[in-house]
Design a protein around this ligand. Structure first.
Ligand code: TGC
Length: 397
């Protein structure tokens, strides 16, 4: 045993869960965490560098996500697992410890596309789409953002007009996850009655999705442009339960909630990578973990990861109790993604030149998190949502 290993072993338990946060989770929650963690260790970690380098989304994982009950996992019935919000968050954290792109698949499918149908669809629409999506046989995407309407979706240009009993849809969407591999798209469009959601099979003539490439972030994930040209839809393509932006924003709440957990997974993986490296790597004849500047970095990471998990857990408990307010989700999304990026970047510094290769995860996580801090509401938007909640004064314009 080397002196480095002797330093590492007594620290291990405390290093991984300093405040014994595991005590705050139930046995079922910890069992789920361990299952998803094992899946990530076996199926994601060995391959993620290749997927990232070749900009490949591992479609073969979709059925495996389904087998683990991860698709629409917090929804009840329709083949969904009916797990709690906290369990959904734990799964997001473990998936994102593998890669943000992997967690993004589960978010777009479950929190956005499936949630839209689940919350606002007719019973017939739910029966038609949700079981196949929960089983991973059908992939969904969620079209809200447009080339000229990102933070301000109220100014979307995509429009649906009545055509006899049906609808005709025209417009464009951008930054839409999974659209090139999706079977169905939830498209939000202006109508005479306000913004409505439409279920659009991607095989409908006039629907075209194009992957946005090359990207410096989320390379193991797919983000797309969608063009919608004279898309003809039946009258029952509209989601009956949603009129106005409240509909898509309610789905964004689900995705933003998962992100606050997921970001802590990326941060934890970067911290653990950093810690292992710092204990093994020797410079000036001692492990670099013995340097005060290195310990400062490690300690700052532990503080923020443990605080971030507490924020996510409290938010999840509020969600499970049915009392969570949207502005509370903004708190977790803003804080946890911001801290996670700082942690991943700092972790890269200790890896030196090795840290800019795909052999180590921190820079990949940091690059992914640039997307995560941008989608589902930028840092600035979440700051202003919290500012409005504190002061009562909207400051968006
Ligand atoms: P405002 O126009 O006044 O509000 C409209 C209505 O929506 C309600 N609302 C919410 N409801 C539920 N949850 C929320 N989080 C809500 N936020 C607003 C609001 O109460 C109102 O209801 P009602 O009944 O009065 O009509 O909008 P606002 O002033 O409340 O919000 C302004 C602002 C800037 C906060 C909002 O526009 C916003 O959140 N902007 C950011 C949008 C965003 O996150 N875009 C990114 C989407 S990501 C994407 O499209 C890609 S999907 C991911 C992928 O595919 O990978």
């Amino acid at each position: 045993m080397t002196s480095t290993a002797r330093v590492a072993e007594p620290l291990a338990a405390q290093a991984l869960d300093y405040l014994n946060l595991d005590n705050l989770f139930t046995t079922e929650e910890l069992a789920l965490r361990d299952r998803v963690r094992a899946f990530v260790d076996e199926r994601v970690r060995p391959n993620i560098a290749d997927w990232y380098a070749t900009a490949t989304f591992p479609r073969e994982l979709v059925k495996e996500f389904a087998a683990l009950g991860l698709l629409g996992m917090h929804l009840k019935g329709y083949g969904c697992a009916g797990r709690s919000a906290v369990e959904y968050g734990i799964a997001a954290m473990e998936l994102e410890a593998g890669d943000s792109g992997i967690r993004t698949f589960v978010s777009v499918q479950g929190s956005l596309a499936m949630s839209a149908i689940y919350k606002f669809g007719s019973e017939e629409q739910k029966q038609h789409w949700l079981p196949g999506m929960a089983a991973g046989d059908l992939i969904g995407c969620f079209g809200l953002t447009e080339p000229t309407a990102g933070s301000d979706p109220a100014n979307m240009v995509t429009e649906a007009v009545r055509d006899g009993d049906g609808w005709v849809l025209n417009g464009a969407k951008r930054w839409i996850g999974l659209a090139t591999i999706a079977d169905v798209a939830i498209i939000w469009a202006k109508t005479a009655d306000g913004i409505r959601g439409f279920i659009v099979p991607t095989s409908t003539p006039g629907f075209t999705a194009t992957a946005i490439e090359p990207k410096l972030s989320m390379r193991a994930s797919i983000q797309c442009d969608i063009s919608l040209v004279d898309i003809r839809l039946p009258g029952d393509a509209v989601l009956p339960g949603a009129t106005g932006l409240k509909g898509p924003f309610s789905c964004l709440n689900e995705a933003r909630y998962g992100i606050m957990w997921g970001a802590m997974g990326a941060a934890r993986d970067s911290y653990e990578t950093f810690l292992r490296y710092a204990l093994e790597r020797r410079q000036f004849e001692q492990p670099i973990a013995s340097f005060q500047l290195t310990q400062q970095k490690l300690v700052d990471m532990v503080l923020e990861i443990q605080k971030g998990v507490l924020v996510a857990l409290q938010t999840g408990r509020l969600k499970d109790a049915g009392t969570l307010r949207p502005e509370q989700i903004s708190f977790g999304k803003l804080n946890n993604v911001r801290e996670a990026i700082a942690i991943c970047r700092t972790a890269r510094t200790i890896l030196g030149g090795n840290g800019i290769t795909l052999d180590y995860s921190p820079l990949r996580h940091a690059d992914n998190l640039e997307s995560v801090r941008t989608y589902e509401g930028t840092d600035e938007i979440h700051t202003l949502i919290i500012g409005r909640a504190i002061t009562g004064i909207p400051a968006f314009g």
